[in-house]
Design a protein around this ligand. Structure first.
Ligand SMILES: C[S@@+](CC[C@H](N)C(=O)[O-])C[C@H]1O[C@@H](n2cnc3c(N)ncnc32)[C@H](O)[C@@H]1O
Length: 275
């Protein structure tokens, strides 16, 4: 069977069947349109239908092709990692704006997953020295693969249950985190892609704020006197998270909105000195 025929009536969205086939053939989607007569081998044909079936069963496209673009970087992702979301790019924008000078900065990223945030920051910024941690060894393995693929030298990936393995003598210019923040009874957890992502990456407990609160209350012990804490949170958690920053004594607290106009990232500094 050729490319043109196989793409007809796959039972899923046409662009998704194209993504799957292009991934199997290791070509881009444009190639499929310029080479409609290209015949598939039996192996390619079998792989295509296995993957189409997976998609019909609801498995996220990123897990099927084991790839997701974040900050224009193709990252390996598997069922052991969260699929990086476009709204998380807001964290990168805010941090690059704040740390735009070409000085040596030390960052700690908690809950790195596939390594998306740290890799986006480290790539092209050799002046950043990043420690990135996660509680999932399986996710850390994927993060290290992504690091090696892009020959990134300025990230150290380590296992840690939040701050447990971070020495309190280490002090950072910024602590950055996209933690699990969905309340455990939220119906979205049993819908769409979320059904297939690691529960530990999605929910910290009953209120959804458990991890955020813990990080806010402990981050200061690991920040320089001029250091900053940056947290992604749920679209409806902005006010509460800003309140937690305030109660914990942070200064210069701000919440920024994502492209869908949802409050998405809140940050604050240990000091009230403008930097
Ligand atoms: C929302 S995901 C974020 C992944 C990645 N930073 C991103 O933005 O795509 C949350 C991550 O928190 C990690 N995590 C959950 N509990 C943790 C804990 N107690 N200590 C460290 N990491 C934890 C999960 O393994 C998961 O990788």
């Amino acid at each position: 069977m050729n490319i043109k025929k196989i793409l007809q009536n796959s039972g899923i969205e046409k662009f998704e069947s194209e993504i799957i086939l292009a991934n199997i053939l290791r070509v881009n989607r444009a190639y499929l349109h310029t080479h409609p007569e290209r015949e598939l081998t039996q192996q390619e044909y079998d792989e295509y239908f296995i993957k189409i079936k997976q998609r019909i069963d609801g498995i996220p496209i990123a897990y099927i092709i084991q790839k997701k673009e974040f900050w224009s970087i193709d990252l390996k992702v598997t069922e052991d990692t969260l699929i990086p979301r476009p709204e998380t790019e807001l964290l990168i924008e805010i941090i690059l704006e704040k740390f735009s000078q070409n000085k040596p900065y030390r960052f700690l990223e908690l809950a790195t997953g596939s390594g998306a945030i740290s890799i986006a920051l480290a790539k092209g910024h050799p002046n950043f020295d990043i420690t990135a941690s996660d509680i999932s060894e399986k996710a850390l393995n994927i993060a290290r693969k992504n690091q090696n693929y892009y020959h990134i030298k300025n990230i150290k990936f380590i296992y840690s249950n939040w701050f447990a393995e971070i020495k309190s003598t280490e002090k950072f210019d910024a602590i950055i985190c996209n933690p699990p923040y969905i309340p455990e009874n939220d119906p979205h957890l049993s819908q769409g892609d979320l059904r297939f992502e690691p529960k530990i990456a999605l929910t910290p407990g009953k209120t959804g704020l458990e991890a955020i609160e813990y990080i806010i209350n402990n981050a200061k012990n690991y920040l320089l006197p001029t250091g900053w804490l940056f947290l992604e949170h749920g679209y409806d958690q902005g006010e509460k998270v800003a309140e937690l920053f305030q109660e914990s004594g942070y200064e210069q607290i701000k919440t920024k909105k994502d492209l869908k106009n949802h409050p998405r990232v809140t940050f604050g500094s240990v000091s009230d000195v403008q930097s």
